[in-house]
Ligand binder design. Structure first.
Ligand code: KIV
Length: 290
């Protein structure tokens, strides 16, 4: 355990809202940056209570809360609803709105309009977009130029996983060029997804902005996990890099089953869940109804 003082203790009720300078300071001090996804008020409250630094309303919402089997179908309007709910549950973490597939690739104008909707209509502080190819770098530069900070995302980018050859660890030299291009375009931070740890280590030496890893090993400045993966609100174990801290899907199944059994067995509601009435008033009602 590190004895180094933290610049923002998670339990401090006077915690200041996370800012981009504070994030850079954390990187400079070598203080791990904590990021998690959230898609509604309760998940945002959990992130706030844990004192995390960054909350991402990820397009992983498509699979975690909307029931799709890929991230591509989620619409910008869906993301806005989810981000607004998360916003209401947050005070201190920086809120990142993920730009969904099809909402930024067509032109710089489309990308800026979408990013502005995330900020104006949902209260996001910054946005994230996937990919480090020429088009993504141009869009990142355009959004930054419009005054909205951008987080990049390289390695495994689920929106284009078909083109990448599926869901597998990315170790390509292209990742290095993409990360550097996004940094040069003005991104304030990057997500590294499913990149071999040794590759991450090499790349960290080249980057000045904070890097948050998911399946990219321990060398990054911080880590991100999907809320539903880390809490076990899903069937199956998920990707190799997921560490599970709870088994809430099982708890939810058990809770709803216990309720259903109680109703069927007439154990619920009990007297403690029911309202009473003064006997005189009841007699009056009885008179009225007879
Ligand atoms: O959408 C998402 O949840 C993400 C994280 C995996 C970084 O992009």
């Amino acid at each position: 355990m590190s004895s180094r003082p933290t610049i923002q203790a998670p339990s401090d009720p006077g915690r200041l809202p996370m800012t981009l300078p504070l994030l850079m300071e954390k990187k400079r001090l070598g203080e791990p940056i904590v990021m998690v996804t959230a898609y509604d008020y309760p998940s945002a409250r959990a992130a706030e209570a844990a004192g995390v630094d960054l909350v991402l309303v990820g397009d992983s919402a498509a699979t975690t809360v909307l029931g799709y089997n890929a991230t591509t179908p989620v619409e910008l309007d869906d993301m806005l609803v989810l981000a607004r709910a998360a916003r209401r549950g947050l005070r201190t973490p920086l809120l990142i709105g993920d730009l969904p597939f099809g909402s930024y690739e067509v032109s710089n104008e489309q990308a800026i309009t979408t990013a502005m909707r995330m900020v104006k209509e949902a209260g996001c502080d910054v946005v994230k977009l996937e990919g480090g190819g020429e088009a993504s770098v141009k869009r990142a530069r355009a959004i930054v130029g419009a005054g909205i900070p951008v987080m990049g995302h390289v390695g495994l980018t689920p929106q284009t996983s078909t083109a990448l050859g599926g869901w597998k660890a990315q170790g390509r030299t292209a990742v290095a060029a993409e990360a550097l291009a996004l940094q040069e375009a003005g991104c304030f931070a990057l997500v590294f997804e499913a990149i071999p740890s040794a590759v991450t280590e090499e790349l960290m030496a080249l980057l000045e902005i904070p890097v948050i890893g998911i399946g990219a090993g321990p060398a990054t400045d911080g880590q991100v996990l999907v809320f539903h993966d880390l809490l076990g609100i899903r069937d199956g174990l998920g990707a190799r890099f997921v560490k599970r801290y709870a088994n809430l899907q099982q708890d939810m199944n058990d809770g709803v089953s216990a309720y259903a059994e109680d109703v069927r067995a007439r154990r619920y509601p009990g007297p403690e869940h029911s309202y009473s009435i003064d006997p005189a008033e009841l007699a009056e009602l009885h008179e009225l109804l007879s």
